[in-house]
Write a protein that binds this ligand. Structure first.
Ligand code: FES
Length: 146
């Protein structure tokens, strides 16, 4: 489908100009070789978001995502990745669903849960990163005590 047609359809569905632009330009839609953490989460609607994070000294250096889902999932993923870049993990965890929606200059009412999908995937990715780090420390400590 041509991007003008996509834009027209999205406009009819009440997506903002910014969201439409992000969708067409596929902002932050990519995979990442050797991310520090990868997490894939399928929401109750059946759509899936995969997130890739590069983390250095507790700071998110880069964030990319892939989605199998609706335009709302894509634009929410795009916005979320922009919002968390250069943030500490704690700052990223504090990003709210409303922040994603505000960043996009709004989302159609029926698509609010798409921002929840992005936010939940991020939460789970950070949780996994922290758990992996703890497990790594435990494994290393066990190695030392042997
Ligand atoms: Fe499932 Fe949009 S409908 S994320």
């Amino acid at each position: 489908m041509k991007s003008e047609n996509i834009a027209e359809l999205m406009k009819k569905s009440e997506y903002s100009e910014k969201a439409i632009q992000y969708f067409i330009e596929k902002i932050n839609v990519d995979c990442m070789k050797e991310p520090d953490v990868y997490f894939s989460y399928t929401g109750p609607c059946g759509d899936t978001l995969e997130i890739y994070l590069k983390i250095k000294e507790n700071k998110i250096e880069d964030a990319k995502f892939q989605a199998t889902g609706c335009a709302g999932a894509f634009v929410s993923g795009s916005a979320l990745c922009n919002l968390i870049k250069d943030k500490t993990l704690e700052e990223a965890e504090e990003i709210k669903i409303e922040d994603i929606i505000t960043y996009l200059n709004g989302l159609p009412k029926a698509k609010i849960h798409c921002a929840c999908l992005a936010k939940t995937t991020l939460e789970k990715a950070i949780q996994k990163y922290k758990e992996d780090k703890i497990n790594n420390i435990v494994t290393k400590t066990e190695g030392i005590s042997r």
